[in-house]
Design a protein around this ligand. Structure first.
Ligand code: AVI
Length: 324
């Protein structure tokens, strides 16, 4: 009998690419954008005039740091846990304020990348001598399980940058449920969320005139070429973002501009593309107060505060766990 064995994959990337390119419609998760080149391109995106998210959140933190600090602080101190700390530029606004106020706190940046954590810790120790930092390397899920045992004093969990938007609403509920189950009485969860707004402003944020977002999206193709011995020609794919103002979903695609066949040698895979066939690569969900309230309720969280810029373009929400 001719039995087909399921293929064995060396990495999560290999497995997801295989599944995504053999399904219809084709898709690859945006979590694979972030290799070294992708991290670099994302840093550039955050500086772009069209990509308002970073600047808006930064301004909110600067303007409302006093009130946010009051909400975070506690008589016996607190542990500040940041999921996906990155370069910490925005968090440093809060840390600076907490230092000025002589708050008693420990900062626990969480990231999957050891490299990111080392760079961040280095810059923190230079800028904030004496800061109590305890980097936590691992996936959010693993670290959250570990940190659920931190119950001696208040925990404040930070999730900035509208990273929640890169999950579908169903995935977001599942993720927030994990957060709420790691929280005890008095613990807080502080999250930055990009808001529904004029559709063109959102589209421009994902289609900048300098083409950095296009390069960021197409980096998936070069990553497959490098890591999976594929032969994608990025010139034959278009970057195509969409925004649906009804659902608040922004999506990005790579669109094949011609009929072609691509080899992914490491996966022993031949992938055929019709002219104008798509690979869905990213979801950047936008929310409003109503949809955030729904998300929170589903996840067992209760809103405890929110801060926005003057145009309600971006918001930072504070939650506690429901029913505690
Ligand atoms: C990281 N994340 C919140 C960004 C976003 O806005 O969805 C990633 C990004 N994709 C294209 N530009 C920026």
């Amino acid at each position: 009998m001719n039995e087909t064995k399921p293929p064995e994959f060396k990495t999560q990337f290999a497995e997801d690419v295989f599944k995504g390119l053999t399904s219809y419609p084709k898709k690859i998760s945006s979590k694979f954008f972030y290799d070294e080149k992708g991290d670099e391109l994302f840093q550039k995106i955050m500086e772009l005039p069209e990509y308002y998210l970073t600047g808006k959140e930064y301004d909110i933190l600067v303007q409302h740091r006093e009130e946010i600090g009051d909400a975070f602080s506690s008589f016996n101190g607190f542990d500040l846990i940041e999921l996906g700390a990155g370069d910490g530029k925005k968090t440093k606004v809060l840390l600076r304020h907490f230092q000025e106020k002589s708050y008693d706190y420990k900062y626990l940046p969480v990231d999957i990348s050891k490299n990111v954590l080392e760079q961040l810790s280095g810059s923190l120790l230079q800028e904030f001598p004496g800061l109590d930092v305890e980097p936590q390397q691992g996936t959010y899920a693993n670290v959250l399980t570990r940190l659920a045992d931190y119950r001696d004093r208040k925990k404040v969990i930070l999730f900035l940058g509208s990273n929640i938007g890169n999950l579908t609403p169903e995935e977001a509920v599942a993720f927030l449920k994990k957060i709420s189950s790691a929280m005890h009485e008095k613990d807080l969860f502080f999250m930055g969320v990009d808001q529904k707004k004029e559709p063109q402003v959102i589209l421009d944020a994902y289609n900048d005139s300098a083409g950095v977002t296009e390069a960021f999206n197409k980096n998936l193709l070069t990553r497959m070429n490098r890591e999976l011995e594929a032969d994608f020609d990025p010139e034959t794919f278009m970057h195509w973002p969409l925004y649906n103002p009804e659902t608040g979903v922004a999506k990005s695609y790579l669109v094949s501009t011609k009929e072609q066949t691509v080899q992914v040698n490491a996966l022993n895979l031949e992938v055929h593309f019709h002219k104008w066939e798509t690979i869905h690569t990213e979801v950047s969900q936008k929310y409003d107060d109503t949809s955030i309230a729904w998300l929170a309720e589903e996840a067992g969280l209760e809103m405890a505060g929110s801060w926005a810029d003057k145009d309600n373009c971006y918001k930072n929400y504070l939650f506690k766990r429901t029913g505690l």
